[in-house]
Design a protein around this ligand. Structure first.
Ligand SMILES: C[S@@+](CC[C@H](N)C(=O)[O-])C[C@H]1O[C@@H](n2cnc3c(N)ncnc32)[C@H](O)[C@@H]1O
Length: 289
């Protein structure tokens, strides 16, 4: 199994948090996710934990935890009376701290017991094996985290092995058909000069092929979210520069990229392959599966 990306974005946690928070604020992703959880995911999870008094959930790469909390709140409504035990796996002390602070004063999450694992997916796996933990999970989610793990295939296998028979694994990655992927495919060599070419950028196609090869049945959903990238075209605009970091996955792209690369990326971002214009604004579609 090919090992996956190592993102330079993770090296500067201050900047990375700023980039992600800006992205979450401007992109319609969270709104779209929320609709998906309410309309589709809850039905998919209707039968998990049948006959049990407790639901075991594992969230991998939870970030600020807002998405996890939304799912936990929905699950509580769907399975009233059940105790929810939620393991959080994230190596970032800042994100774990932020998540803990948020849930500390959320009384409506009372029957949820949190277990905090400040570590990577592979450290979590090692800990699980060393402690010979036999617990099985009813629901595990990997939301926008597989880009960062050492080996996406191995991570999927491990978390799958933790599932109860009726358990579900949710994987959320960018669609291979998104505008974003077009930009990445075109500038692959320049944006990731140190990465071997055969190392793929994790997207929906990569995950589907991997599951197909293993004969794992799955359901795939396409969520349409859009990011307003208009600010990227205003020289010196702070929000624009932050969004460019996100789009290129290069820290301080505007300051560190060569003027030539910057110009070509901006030109490409205006191209219909990478964005659409509406009411004087540019939107890039980050369809996800
Ligand atoms: C893009 S954020 C996604 C946050 C959240 N799931 C969401 O979609 O709102 C990626 C998260 O994965 C975490 N992360 C990075 N490498 C990881 C690893 N090897 N194992 C687990 N989490 C990791 C980061 O610290 C960050 O919180």
């Amino acid at each position: 199994m090919a090992s996956t990306t190592y993102s330079p974005m993770l090296q500067d946690q201050d900047r990375y948090q700023k980039v992600l928070k800006t992205y979450w604020r401007i992109c319609t992703q969270r709104q779209v996710q929320s609709e998906f959880f309410r309309s589709t995911l809850l039905d998919i999870l209707a039968n998990i934990g049948n006959g049990k008094s407790q639901l075991n959930i594992i969230g991998v790469g939870s970030g600020d935890g807002k998405v996890d909390v939304e799912m936990l709140s929905q699950l509580r409504l769907k399975h009233p009376g059940l105790l929810l035990e939620n393991e959080v796996v994230d190596p970032s002390p800042r994100w774990i701290h932020e998540f803990r602070e948020m849930v500390a004063d959320m009384s409506d999450l009372d029957p949820v017991k949190f277990i905090w694992n400040q570590m990577t997916d592979s450290e979590f796996e090692e800990q699980w094996r060393q402690r010979e933990i036999k617990k099985k999970a009813d629901f595990i989610h990997l939301i926008h985290v597989l880009y960062f793990v050492e080996d996406a295939g191995a991570a999927i296998s491990f978390f799958q092995s933790l599932l109860e028979k009726t358990g579900k694994l949710l994987i959320d990655v960018v669609s291979d058909k998104s505008h974003y992927m077009n930009l990445w495919e075109m500038f692959h060599n320049e944006l990731r000069p140190h990465q071997k070419l055969e190392v793929p950028f994790i997207n929906s196609n990569y995950i589907k092929k991997l599951l197909d090869k293993r004969g794992v049945p799955y359901q795939s959903y396409e969520l349409q979210c859009v990011l307003d990238i208009t600010a990227c075209f205003t020289e010196g605009d702070e929000t624009g520069e932050i969004l460019l970091d996100f789009l290129t996955q290069m820290m301080f792209f505007s300051k560190t990229a060569s003027p030539d690369l910057k110009q070509r990326i901006l030109r490409q971002l205006r191209d219909p392959q990478c964005s659409v214009e509406k009411d004087g604004k540019s939107y890039t579609a980050l369809t996800r599966k």
